[in-house]
Design a protein around this ligand. Structure first.
Ligand SMILES: [Zn+2]
Length: 77
């Protein structure tokens, strides 16, 4: 009788331990996911940097992916 209840206690302890570790793992996964989403949101809201290149005509720096000449009205180009 004692052996049987001891086994039940052991199994109960094992289940509790498994649930405890499972909960810890779930919490860690949830926090990791939250951190990842936060980082993603942070990097998405951060303005992207653009390379600047000098206008070949007047030397004014303009974004590289825009048209080759600057937007200055008095650009000689
Ligand atoms: Zn220019």
């Amino acid at each position: 009788m004692f052996g049987f209840s001891f086994m039940k206690l052991l199994v109960l302890a094992a289940i509790i331990t498994a649930v405890w570790y499972g909960f810890k793992m779930m919490t860690k996964i949830t926090e990791d996911r939250k951190d990842r989403v936060d980082n993603l949101r942070k990097s998405a809201s951060r303005p992207t940097t653009e390379d600047m290149v000098a206008c070949p005509e007047c030397g004014t720096f303009v974004a590289a992916n825009s048209s080759s000449k600057c937007d200055r009205a008095n650009c000689p180009y």
